[in-house]
Design a protein around this ligand. Structure first.
Ligand code: SF4
Length: 374
């Protein structure tokens, strides 16, 4: 399997190089580790839980963006039992703006699963992989950092650093290539020197990938493994990792309706499953609709619009989808349609989790609605 990624080294040479790099990275980490709230080891009994929460939050999200969310989340849900009992809307509100909301849902599902099995995270990789929402990367991160297991945590940073170290030609989008890196590093971690935990090496790779081995302009002069790094020696670092062509995002047109009724804005909840599952939204329709069609739809919901004012277009990128939105602001009379909610500014801010996809329209709504219940 390891042959999937090698072109410059034999399997034995690659394993030796990865082992030497792991030791240097571990040494470098001792003096250069970033101080991050989830790296506080005390209280020890909740450390695995805190590492788990942080690793889920950090997926696809920058460290600086995560820190305030992490602190608020831990203040609300300091341990597995409190997360398992979390109220869904409170959980979503605490995640509002962080994106990839299924992560919050899966964390709660994972906590509920653990509560049925003693209320603790398992201290072995197979056990961790059974927890809902924990995949190979998170199991490696939690297992190595919180429990000292000799397991790599293979994410984008990891693949970039080790692809460059080995000038590896394998396409990192292919599962076989990821598996080959995991296998290679597992072998290297099995023979780390006494006193160097694999968790330190994994965290060193995270820090190196975030600040030194950058995707576009790696700072090789500051890198602790530059003398070992095949890509740097050949001055080819930006050519690695090798990545296949990404599929273009699917474009979806939407017409978003900011409906103000009696000083409050109307919201509806998205279906529990699927994109932005369970979050609240401004009612919206597929396609780019002209004002008369949008007005007719509102009337079909039992509302009477007093004209529709166009709002500027907006765009939001998800991993595989791009929303291109146009919108209308409308003042309406009539009853609140079943299942919808009317929110004043305080409720919009504090009660209803609204995804950042609607950021542009939220501003338009906030200008029109009252601060307090009317
Ligand atoms: Fe990345 Fe450069 Fe370090 Fe190689 S030497 S791992 S390319 S920063």
């Amino acid at each position: 399997m390891i042959t999937e990624l090698l072109s410059s080294f034999s399997e034995g040479e690659a394993a030796a190089l990865a082992g030497q790099a792991a030791v240097r990275l571990g040494d470098w980490y001792r003096d250069n580790a970033r101080r991050l709230p989830w790296r506080e080891k005390e209280p020890a009994e909740s450390y695995p839980y805190r590492v788990w929460v942080s690793e889920i939050m950090l997926q696809q999200t920058r460290v600086e963006a995560v820190i305030p969310y992490y602190r608020r989340f831990l203040a609300a849900f300091p341990d597995i039992p409190s997360l398992a009992a979390a109220e869904d809307d409170k959980l979503r509100k605490l995640w509002e703006g962080l994106g990839y909301y299924s992560r919050a849902r899966n964390l709660k599902k994972g906590a509920a699963y653990l509560m049925e099995r003693g209320g603790r995270l398992p201290a072995d990789i197979d056990g961790l992989r059974q927890v809902p929402g924990i995949g190979a990367y998170t199991a490696g991160a939690v297992g190595s950092i919180a429990f000292g297991l000799p397991e790599p945590a293979v994410d984008g940073n990891f693949l970039r650093v080790f692809s460059r170290l080995l000038a590896a030609e394998g396409d990192i989008a292919r599962p076989a290539v990821k598996a080959a890196f995991r296998e290679l590093l597992r072998a290297a971690y099995a023979s780390l020197p006494e006193g160097l935990p694999a968790g330190d090496v994994n965290q060193a790779v995270m820090d190196l990938g975030a600040g030194v081995c950058l995707p576009k302009n790696p700072r090789c002069a500051d890198c602790p493994i530059r003398k070992l790094c095949a890509a740097a020696q050949r001055e080819q670092a930006p050519l690695f990792p090798v990545k296949g062509e990404k599929k273009p995002r699917r474009v979806e047109e939407k017409t978003v309706l900011v409906i103000v009724r009696a000083g409050e804005v109307l919201l509806r909840q998205r279906p529990e499953q699927g994109l932005l599952g369970g979050l609240w939204e401004f009612p919206n329709l597929d396609g780019k609709l002209p004002a008369p069609e949008a007005a007719a739809w509102l009337e079909g919901q039992g509302l009477t619009p007093e004209g529709l004012v166009p709002l500027p277009p907006a765009k939001h990128l998800f991993t595989h989808i791009e929303w291109r939105m146009t919108g209308f602001l409308t003042l309406c009379s009539g009853s609140v349609p079943p299942g919808w909610q009317a929110a004043d500014r305080t409720a919009l801010r504090e009660r209803y989790p609204l995804p950042s996809a609607f950021k542009a329209y939220r501003k338009a709504a906030e200008k029109e609605i009252n601060d307090e219940p009317v």
